[in-house]
Ligand binder design. Sequence first.
Ligand code: DGL
Length: 282
Amino acid sequence: MSKTQNPIGIFDSGTGGLTVAKAVRKLLPNENLIYFGDTAHLPYGDKSTEAIQSYSLKIANFLMAQNCKVILIACNSASAASYKLLKEYVGSKARVMNVIDPMVAHVSERYAGKNIGLIGTKQTINSNVYKKKIDDLNQNITLKSLATPLLAPMIEEGFAQNKILANVVEQYLSDVTLENIEALILGCTHYPLIKNEIENFYKNQNLTNNATNNIESITLLDSSEIVAKSLRGMLEMEDLLNRNEQKGESKFYISDYTQSFEATAQLFFDENLHLAHYPLWE
Ligand code: DGL
């Protein structure tokens, strides 16, 4: 098999990265995908940098053993904690991509001089990685960041479309930190799964008199398509695109079985789901 036919490895703590995998499948239907959800260790966002790094290295070993040509870290927390380390570790054996750089490039091109909000896990927000990278591009963007640590575990628990979730979203998004923003970066790959709830919050807020933000002018920035486009650009540039006519295969691995993972994967990938259990610690 030529290198171009080798799979693209994608990983996250759980279902969040499926939002990225879905966008990749849509944009690059001929590519073979291997998805790893580290469900045994989720949520990543509350773990130490060292812990996330050690999980990421184990997953990278697994993906390299499957001959992945690319390892796409479909998780902001692991991108923040492990990208540099994985790049060094993997070396020339595979390309390593994260979900933060494509979003930073997107925001810098479109929002110079504006206020942008960012929500994400504690790991992502406390690492300050978005701010550092955005500031480095000198576009005079003010980033207003807020950690929203309850959201990813609630999504994994299947709490989407639930009153409790709506209340938690309201609590977080009404925080003064996020006032007067033009766009909100969904800085966790789980959050596109509750995009409706976030939109509903801004719609309801608009109906009240003292709204500080207007949904008509607030854009929710979801990284999945942006990342998929960036991946395609990289594959084209490096001559790694799979030019096979056939539809690519997708395989899913999880380190611990969760119903929510299976349900979301089934919903997103309307194909016969090949879901395997791969405990990372054995
Ligand atoms: N989806 C991940 C992220 O983008 C991780 C969420 C979590 O496991 O805490 O940060």
